[in-house]
Design a protein around this ligand. Structure first.
Ligand code: EPZ
Length: 424
């Protein structure tokens, strides 16, 4: 099991390239199910989760070819397809649920394993199911599987007005993809506005879908009889960019994050500026300059749906708050159990008290290196950031969590001058 060995205390200088967004690439791969024609994606990040999704799509019958240049994939979902997503694949990646809507729209039926919970919360998919039922699907959940089909005599889903009980990113994406081939108009109320949802909508429009309002809380879709192939460049990963912003903020130094987009990180950048970090938006990237965590002011924040402070940046910014001066309160409103990094940060010397959904961070701590364990994707990133500023050696174990969502993080950090290496 791979580990990362980090010797802290070195500032970061130089330039790294931000990869394509995991949470845009995963739905984009599933969108290829909506047409028998070839869909070409560029800037697809090399991640474990992308490899898992490829394996799932290939099992369903999609041909997937890798291009020579960085991150190019061509997918072709020619008939016949086997619309089944088995437990052994779905249990390793919740985002597998994103094949449900496209398979139902394309094949008229789908058998998708329930994803089950994960470390950060129960993460049910009831909104996905309710929305598809509103579009006419007959759905039963039995033996751990979602069994979905169209009623006898119907060859297509029908458009509907759907209001989800809460904002759900993959729920919006599943229903959006299903609606593109439904009969008539679908209106998604309470839709997610994340840039990854917008990126998916842009791919679907390139495939011939008729979508308006993506990026707002209300999305209108006019269903069409068929979609065609397209080419699409996956949007840069705002969470990877935000993670590197926090890493440079904490370690100190000056770095350029090529392809990073300030307009996708307003809430995080606002907090970094208030902390005393400099962030400049350039033509194709971000430049971040910091005196180091100990010279910064800790910032309180609460996670909310986009465009608010992203839950996927909560653990990383908390690591920064541990070393910045002053107390801070971090409130997690999206997931019920997304503070597992707290105990591990405490092993490095952080002083954090959890009270319900809020973690109270003491700040101004001098962290000291220790052996710690990654528990989920963004917690892993938080521990790496803490290791960069801790005195001495930090070993982060179980970094397969990190590899799910970061494309060679240690290689990029080493390019910025960090003393970090992967131990097999
Ligand atoms: C997406 O997960 C992201 N994953 C997550 O990123 C991200 O943390 C999350 O959105 C929130 O921004 C992908 O896009 C692949 P939700 P998703 O549905 O869609 C509840 C990462 O680190 N809910 O927006 O699963 C749910 O329990 C990952 O890259 C229901 O109750 O999240 C949660 O409390 C982690 N029923 C809230 O809504 C449903 O049917 C938001 O979840 C759906 C969701």
């Amino acid at each position: 099991m791979d580990k990362l060995l980090i010797r802290g205390g070195r500032p970061l200088h130089g330039e790294v390239a931000i990869s394509g967004a995991k949470n845009a690439a995963l739905p984009a791969l599933c969108a290829a199910l909506l047409t028998p024609q070839a869909v070409t994606l560029r800037n697809v990040p090399r991640l474990r989760d992308v490899a898992t999704m490829r394996a799932l799509l290939q099992r369903i019958g999609v041909q997937v070819q890798t291009h020579g240049e960085r991150g190019g994939l061509t997918l072709q979902a020619a008939d016949p397809l086997d619309p089944v997503a088995p437990y052994e694949l779905v249990k390793t990646m919740r985002a597998s649920i994103l094949v449900l809507g496209p398979l139902l729209a394309r094949c008229g039926r789908a058998r998708v394993s329930l994803p089950g919970g994960c470390a950060i919360g129960a993460r049910p998919v009831d909104q996905h199911i309710r929305g598809l039922q509103a579009m006419g699907a007959e759905i039963a959940v039995e033996h751990g599987y979602i069994e979905a089909r169209l009623p006898p005599g119907r060859s297509r889903l029908r458009g509907a007005r759907i209001t989800t009980d809460m904002v759900t990113v993959t729920g919006t994406e599943n229903l959006l993809m299903a609606a593109t081939l439904a009969e008539g108009e679908t209106v998604l109320e309470n839709a997610a506005q994340e840039p990854e949802v917008v990126d998916l909508a842009e791919l679907l429009i390139a495939m011939g879908a008729r979508i308006e309002g993506h990026g707002t809380r209300r999305i209108h879709v006019q269903g069409v009889a068929a979609l065609h192939g397209a080419e699409h460049h996956v949007v840069a990963d705002r969470i990877e960019a935000g993670t590197f912003l926090c890493a440079v903020a904490a370690a100190g130094g000056r770095a350029r994050l090529r392809h990073g987009r300030a307009d996708h990180l307003d809430a995080v950048i606002d907090k970094l500026l208030a902390a005393g970090v400099e962030v400049e938006a350039g033509a194709d990237g971000l430049t971040v300059t910091s005196p180091g965590g100990a010279a910064l002011r800790a910032q309180s924040f609460r996670t909310t749906e986009y465009p608010g402070f992203p839950t996927d940046m909560q653990a990383q910014f908390m690591a920064l708050n541990c070393v910045a001066q002053g107390p801070s309160a971090v409130t997690e409103t999206i997931f019920e159990n997304r503070f597992m990094h707290v105990q591990e940060l405490a092993r490095l010397g952080a002083r954090i008290r959890i009270d319900g959904r809020t973690a109270f961070v003491e700040g101004g701590q001098r962290l000291s290196g220790a052996a710690v364990m990654a528990t989920d994707l963004r917690a892993s990133a938080s521990l790496v950031i803490a290791g960069l500023v801790a005195d001495g050696e930090t070993v982060v174990d179980r970094i397969y969590h990190l590899d799910r969502g970061y494309d060679q993080m240690e290689v990029k950090l080493r390019a910025l001058g960090a003393d970090i290496e992967r131990l097999a």
